[in-house]
Design a protein around this ligand. Sequence first.
Ligand code: 8OZ
Length: 367
Amino acid sequence: MGTKPGMKTDIDLFTPLELGPLQLANRIVLAPLTRNRAGEGNVPQAINVEYYRQRASGGLLISEASQISPQGVGYPSTPGIHSDAQVAGWKKITDAVHAEGGRIFLQLWHVGRISHPSLQPDGELPVAPSAIEPAGETATYEGMQAFVTPRALEINEISPIVSQYRQAAHNANAAGFDGVEIHAANGYLIDQFLRDGTNYRTDEYGGSLKNRVRFLIEIVKAVTAELGSERVGVRLSPENGFNDIKDGQPQETFNFIVERLNEFKLAYLHVVEGDMVTGERNLDYNQFRSAFQGIYIANNRYDFERATEALKTDAADLVSFGQLYIANPDLPERFAKGAKLNVPDPDTFYGGGEHGYTDYPSLEEGS
Ligand code: 8OZ
């Protein structure tokens, strides 16, 4: 039987995997998904507990993006991990997931310029590496509003934000999470530092690639010092244009970033492959996959067939699912049985209550 070198014919989505100290039951990951259903004070509430509990049979769950500080907020009803009430709210979620035998990481988030004064403390301007306005509009409590020009961070404001990432990781641990994922993707604050299209700084955080990566590396150092590197993952999106992010040389930029991340023995690298909105895919993701010396999670529009293929061709170790997991709380069981999938309803992705959130039927309940 002519199997190609590098093929992993014995591996599929149901092969367990060791992720640092954790034994994952399968290779199916719940992608981090903003659902805008946090309670008052951006505190996780009862329906959020039910949502994660329903999805606990995935090998690993990654929480929706969660703000490290009030300044990190960019959308209505998104949870944080900076207040005691938020930590207590998350603890109920991690307890529920663990009671089902699941594993869960928290995604650490600061949106940078992808915010609006109406969402910021004291109505202040959002902050960014440079004062460059994103094109388009953003969701606020008062409906869609135009983005504003952010305020460029002063150099002495950067290390306090790095410390907030560390404190947030500390809080995630107190909330019972198995680890954290640093959200360095999708055009938010860290990504704004990484890209030449949003970072015009002339100090040590801008200009050369080495300088643009400095903010991410300082955060990785701080967070791994807090939790141990085997409990920390990083998410990148090398060619995603979401949130008006641009880079002149994404393959080179991200090859360099991946090499820098090898200095830490991270739990994993999580990559949004291609563009989130259009699905277009032009970069060579095998370069990132093979350069990274650790577990690689592939994401963006995978289905059962493509995910299985990715594992068998050694293009990934784990695959995360977004829309399919929104609509199918028992996605691993459905994949295992080759069962029909519920169809996701985009109208209920962002905001609302139980409908489109916790009321997608399991196989047992029938559709
Ligand atoms: C879609 C809508 C709002 C936020 C991301 C946190 O892209 C998000 C997000 C996605 O990472």
